[in-house]
Design a protein around this ligand. Structure first.
Ligand SMILES: N=CN[C@@H](CCC(=O)O)C(=O)O
Ligand SMILES: [Zn+2]
Length: 403
């Protein structure tokens, strides 16, 4: 079954050549893109969809979310808006609510969040464990996550539960908890921050997880300068996320991690993606991550929602893109790229890395997964020009029309 989507006013491909086509068309065959080009040259297909002069982008790739949770932290948010600072301790509130929720309800809640994200144009997403924090509940979160998300990250090292010895808990994370989640996860992450895990504990967790065959990610430099970025680069993590407080040597380390990468062809030795989480930064009243400086230094940047009940209770990638343009000084093209191709890069799913038989995501090109986002606007610029407007008009995920 093939579908021709024609009359696309602006097709922002986010491919390796950064092409933006005008008066374009796309043909979808099964779950992949089989043709793109000028609408006037489009081949026939089984069915046709008139895009009505709207703009099309790749579906958003949300490379950082925490969707396996129950409960609500409105009171903590209100306190923060009244001047309190964010602290890692709030995670325990969500841990208690999550543990007390049945498998059925936790699955239903997480599925609902995925549906919300997809209805806003997200077509590929990662999510994390991290609100179970014992062997049984981390394994349960990982198992449920593997049924609702495209990729799953083990975040047993999110917080040391009250009353537990930090070193003993770190042993648990590196040992029995890792073994229990291992069948369900591709990545491991650690919250390397004051009040969570120190550099030595973080290193221990990351090395054990790497030994177990997991790719690495780090929550780092969110609440102050710290060792997270340095550790992520040293251990070859795929991404370091938050990056609000960067010393000059952190930017340098991130940039040099990409020195063996050729962005024009998307090959070479990959570095550590800096993932910026602007919705979180606004909700925690942290300085917005310096995405402009990072891009100018040659770092590959992703934008992600960080959807979670504590610091960023939104899955709106459009909001992140809007903020990146209006407040972080990215161009619309750069912001959309960070929220599509950048996320794919952080998840090892970008063009050229189609090693496991699934199609590349985060860009529109022949052979890639047909993850398409049609805006109710003639150009992607409207994402910033009309902030907060519901601009998602249609979504295809792996070739299936979702909306
Ligand atoms: N910073 C660490 N973890 C989450 C927040 C977790 C929470 O407060 O529930 C984040 O990415 O912001
Ligand atoms: Zn997070």
């Amino acid at each position: 079954m093939s579908t021709l989507i024609t009359n696309i006013a602006e097709l922002m491909t986010q491919d390796l050549e950064h092409r933006v086509l005008r008066d374009a068309a796309v043909v979808v065959e099964g779950e992949r893109i089989s043709w793109i080009g000028a609408a006037a040259d489009a081949p026939p297909a089984d069915e046709a969809v008139d895009a009505g002069g709207r703009a099309m982008l790749p579906g958003w790739v949300d490379s950082h979310s925490h969707l396996l949770f129950a409960g609500d932290r409105t009171a903590e948010f209100e306190a923060r808006m009244a001047g309190e600072s964010y602290a890692a301790g709030g995670i325990a509130v969500t841990m208690n609510a999550t543990r007390a929720t049945s498998d059925f309800d936790l699955t239903r809640l997480a599925m609902g969040r995925v549906a919300e994200a997809v209805s806003q144009g997200t077509t590929y997403l990662e999510t994390k464990t991290g609100y179970g924090l014992d062997v049984e509940h981390e394994a349960r979160s990982a198992r449920i996550a593997s049924t609702i998300a495209d990729q799953v990250t083990y975040l047993g090292a999110h917080l040391v539960p009250a009353g537990q010895d930090p070193e003993e808990y770190t042993d648990l994370v590196c040992g029995p908890m890792l073994a229990a989640v291992r069948p369900y996860v591709q990545w491991a992450d650690v919250f390397c921050e004051e009040g969570a895990f120190n550099a030595e504990q973080s290193r221990r967790v990351l090395m054990a997880c790497r030994e177990a065959g997991l790719g690495l990610r780090v929550h780092g430099n969110q609440l102050g300068e710290g060792p997270g970025v340095e550790l992520a680069v040293e251990l070859g993590a795929a991404s370091v996320d938050h990056v609000n407080y960067l010393a000059a040597q952190d930017v340098k380390a991130l940039a040099s991690s990409w020195s063996g990468w050729d962005p024009a062809v998307g090959t070479g030795e990959r570095g550590t993606v800096a993932t910026c989480l602007p919705a979180c930064d606004l909700s925690t009243r942290q300085p917005l991550a310096s995405a402009r400086e990072l891009l100018d230094a040659g770092v590959q940047v992703a934008l992600a929602s960080n959807c979670n009940p504590g610091t960023s209770y939104t899955s709106s990638m459009a909001f992140c893109v809007t903020t990146a343009v209006l407040q972080m000084r990215l161009s619309v093209h750069e912001a959309v790229r960070a929220a599509t191709y950048g996320g794919a890069l952080a998840l090892h799913k970008e063009a050229g890395r189609d090693t496991d038989g699934e199609r590349a995501v985060g860009s529109i090109a022949v052979g890639h997964r047909a993850d398409l986002h049609l805006l109710n606007a003639p150009s992607a610029t409207h994402l910033a020009y009309r902030p907060g407007m519901p601009l998602t008009y249609a979504v295809w995920r792996a070739g299936v029309r979702e909306r």
